[in-house]
Design a protein around this ligand. Structure first.
Ligand code: FES
Ligand code: FE2
Length: 413
């Protein structure tokens, strides 16, 4: 008999660390807590420096619902601020990206201007003008007393812009990543990279389910492309490696792109020092992914919007020095697998959308398994277990028993 009633449907032989309780993906309180205890505390990649190529270029985004603006100064430095006016809390810039170089209908060139009462700021976040300051504030407040809220910001690991809301963050970015990038470091840090592809998707699913999908390769059965270009001895010998702070990487193998219909080798467009047709993957806590596959680097940045809603921004990157022809080929390679209509990406999104459908807020709690142990090999689910060990530290909750029910039951006995 294989179908189970409610009580039987628990898979009792599994240790706690081999499953999580589905409420970590659906509970509003846990979601809110994650924003405070994790997303407001750690380093988050927000964009790539090539998206702000010129002085006065900017991008806006958010971390844990706080609006963020990243700008390039005249001195070429990239800085990050809360995109919030110190006057009455208006979001200063509403565009997602652009330049302050030219004036706006209610803003001078080369300044960030809050359109509400026209306070103006320079690219270093200094307030440079308050209209009729003396008349209203006399000597109680001058432009020197106010400014934008500056955030710690680093450009690193292939030129990504990283920001943290935590002024007292314990580890700098290099220490935080703990060597997870070393496997692709020379490939992405030898010469400048450039974003050639951007799209985003808002999916009814939890952000951790996306990260789980990036962490586990057992679901390669879902990917026709990966089955035909991958399932060989080298693929099954790939290993997962855990790093401090919940990060994991997966080492490489040689992808046989020619096995896919119209597929072609990516060896002519590899990255500096990167052997042809290799594929490394880096999963960074709390939910970011860097994926170097042959001729393109993909980066996924998650912005959790609710327990069952996540925005995922997908970027594809090549070398800034690419000729027009090489860039076109790189884009074709990238999009054939990872574009919005590529072979793989929508399959992954379907996977987590199906999980999201069964894990909406208020859904019956159930166990979600990640109990495959295969000596850290490719279909071992060590990546997820490593992630949830870290999650547990930040959250002070056991992901297998997030409401502490089992402990309470034992205590009552
Ligand atoms: S809220 Fe920005 S100038 Fe008033
Ligand atoms: Fe996948």
């Amino acid at each position: 008999m294989s179908a189970k009633n409610h009580k039987q449907w628990k898979i009792p032989a599994f240790e706690q660390g081999d499953y999580v309780d589905s409420r970590i993906y659906s509970d509003q309180n846990i979601f809110d807590e994650e924003q405070d205890k994790i997303f407001k505390q750690v380093w988050i990649p927000v964009c790539h420096e090539s998206e702000l190529p010129e002085a006065y270029d900017f991008r806006t985004t958010s971390i844990a619902k706080e609006p963020i603006i990243v700008v390039r100064g005249k001195d070429n430095e990239v800085r990050a601020f809360l995109n919030v006016c110190p006057h009455r809390g208006m979001r200063i810039e509403r565009r997602t990206a652009g330049s302050f170089s030219d004036g706006q209908p209610s803003g001078n060139p080369k300044h960030m201007t809050c359109m509400f009462h026209a306070w103006q700021f320079d690219m270093k976040g200094n307030c440079v003008d308050i209209p009729r300051a003396k008349e209203g504030y006399q000597d109680r407040l001058t432009k020197e007393n106010v400014g934008l809220r500056r955030l710690r910001c680093e450009v690193r690991f292939g030129g990504f812009v990283w920001v943290t809301l935590n002024d007292k963050v314990e580890q700098d970015l290099e220490a935080w990543a703990d060597g997870a990038f070393e496997c692709i470091r020379s490939a992405i840090d030898t010469e400048p990279l450039e974003v050639f592809h951007y799209h985003k998707a808002i999916i009814d699913s939890n952000y951790k389910l996306w990260h789980d999908t990036n962490s586990e390769f057992y679901h390669d059965y879902m990917h026709y492309h990966n089955r035909v270009t991958g399932f060989n001895d080298e693929y099954f010998a790939r290993t997962n490696k855990g790093f401090k702070n919940g990060h994991v990487n997966v080492n490489s193998f040689t992808v046989q792109y020619g096995e896919f219909e119209l597929g072609e080798s990516r060896e002519d467009l590899s990255f500096p020092g990167f052997p042809p047709n290799q594929w490394y993957m880096i999963d960074l806590f709390p939910g970011m992914n860097f994926n170097l596959r042959g001729s393109a680097l993909r980066c996924d940045i998650v912005t959790p919007l609710g327990p069952n809603k996540v925005m995922i921004e997908f970027r594809g990157l090549g070398l800034k020095s690419d000729s027009q022809k090489d860039r076109k080929t790189r884009i074709e390679h990238h999009n054939s697998i990872w574009g919005p209509f590529g072979r793989n990406l929508h399959e992954d999104l379907l996977g987590i959308t199906g999980q999201g459908a069964s894990m909406q807020t208020g859904s019956e709690p159930r166990r979600i398994l990640h109990g495959r142990h295969e000596n850290n090999l490719i279909h071992d689910e060590i990546g997820m277990r490593h992630f949830y060990d870290e999650w547990s530290k930040w959250m002070g909750r056991n992901p297998s028993d997030p409401m502490d029910e089992q402990r309470k039951v034992l205590a009552a006995e």
